[in-house]
Design a protein around this ligand. Structure first.
Ligand code: CU
Length: 150
């Protein structure tokens, strides 16, 4: 009886470890969720990725860059409304998106996003694209991002 209990406890632990490795991408503190990309026509040269970063660790971190085989380059951008009421975007101030310990950074339409410059793959609905996020402390976290309508 004791042996059976131990066996199940170990199995549970293994599942727990596998789950946390998947959601945290190699770092104990960062959790990336809701990663998706906006469908765009083939003629468009750029695309955009959105995601949520939760820092469950005790140490502040920051997203400082991204790379993707689907993009000639990937940049961290922020959209804003100019004084004429038109949407514009520019690289994020300081080249980093801070994710303080215990906080969540949300990259969403109309705000922060990862901009794909010179698309090398189709951003058609249902496509699964590789994206690697680069963090100041956690290093690289690879993701698969699904292209879909919000
Ligand atoms: Cu942009």
């Amino acid at each position: 009886m004791k042996r059976t209990t131990t066996h199940w406890a170990l199995a549970g632990l293994a599942i727990l470890m596998a789950t946390s490795t998947m959601s945290c991408g190699g770092d104990a503190g960062l959790e990336i969720s809701d990663a998706w990309g906006l469908p765009s026509p083939s003629v468009a040269t750029t695309g955009a990725f959105f995601l949520t970063i939760t820092n469950n660790g005790a140490e502040d971190d920051a997203l400082i860059g991204a790379t993707s085989p689907a993009c000639g380059a990937a940049e961290l951008h922020e959209s804003s409304m100019d004084d004429q009421g038109a949407m514009t975007m520019q690289p994020v101030a300081g080249g980093r998106i801070a994710v303080p310990a215990g906080e969540t950074a949300v990259l969403e339409q109309g705000g922060l996003h990862v901009m794909c410059i010179n698309k090398l793959e189709e951003f058609t609905e249902g496509a699964q694209l590789d994206l690697t996020l680069q963090f100041e402390k956690a290093g690289d976290i690879p993701l698969t991002v699904e292209i879909r309508e919000r």
